[in-house]
Ligand binder design. Structure first.
Ligand code: PEP
Length: 251
């Protein structure tokens, strides 16, 4: 059985004080939720303080990115060991905003993935097509390329520590969600790639979450689909009410 995972990507939002307030609110609202993994990914500047709030609760801490080297002369960067040190259990890798604005590629995602696994972090690897690619009927080619190359060379044991987030770029922050059917079609396709790469049993255990304008109103329909194992939530993760409703909407 796959365990659902709902992760909130706070992106470049929340001062330290605001982050502590949000984390405290979520802890209060969600303290009795069991049976799924709840993750919040604040900005780097708030990780330590939010870690203090959620430690010992049912909410895990995650980060939004890091650099693949362990340490050294890489001005402005943060390492996986530093994330671990703040209490992070999860880390997002290859978000489409990083691919778009910061030159992230399948190769850099793969380097980060290897480092994260070595450090003992649980990676959430994002894949997904842009609008013009969907309209040009290239969705499956793009997703295949992202999955095969971002996750290249990962062992059968390690792959089960990875969550894949299918995030159609045209649905991120736009209010346009993929329908449950559109999402399921791609999730099923991703699982089939994993069957080829790792065999049926391992692929059946791999978590594939959906991301793209998930709200309390559409979570139930998405989670009802066989191959959708959770959600990566941007905008709606910034408020206690909406993120808690999404978590509670997972049946
Ligand atoms: C995201 O950025 O990962 C995301 C899914 O954002 P939103 O929920 O705002 O579309």
């Amino acid at each position: 059985m796959r365990r659902y995972i709902i992760a909130g990507n706070w992106k470049m939002n929340k001062t330290v004080g605001e982050a502590i307030e949000l984390a405290n609110g979520l802890k209060r609202e969600l303290y009795d939720v069991t049976g799924l993994d709840i993750v919040i990914c604040p900005p780097f500047t708030a990780l330590s303080e939010v870690s203090e709030v959620v430690t010992g609760s049912n909410i895990y801490l995650g980060a939004q990115d890091f650099f693949w080297e362990e340490k050294g002369a890489y001005t402005g960067e943060v390492s996986s060991l530093m994330l671990k040190d703040t209490g992070c259990k999860y880390v997002i890798i290859g978000h489409s905003e990083r691919r778009k604005y910061f030159g992230e590629t399948n190769e850099t995602v793969n380097k980060k993935l290897n480092t994260a696994l070595k450090t003992g972090l649980l990676p959430i690897v994002c894949v997904g097509e842009r609008l013009e690619e969907r309209e040009g009927h290239k969705t499956f080619d793009v997703v295949k390329d992202h999955v095969e190359n971002s996750l290249k060379g990962i062992s059968k044991e390690d792959i089960l520590r990875v969550t894949v987030a299918y995030e159609p770029v045209w649905a991120i922050g736009t209010g346009k969600t993929a329908t449950p059917e559109q999402a399921e079609e791609v999730h099923k396709f991703i699982r089939e790639i994993f069957i080829k790469m790792y065999g049926e049993e391992t692929a059946s255990l791999l978590r594939i979450q959906y991301g793209g304008s998930v709200t309390p109103d559409n979570i139930e329909g998405l989670m009802a689909k066989e191959n959708i194992d959770g959600a990566l939530v941007g905008g709606a993760s910034l408020k206690v009410e909406s993120f808690s409703s999404i978590v509670k909407g997972v049946k």
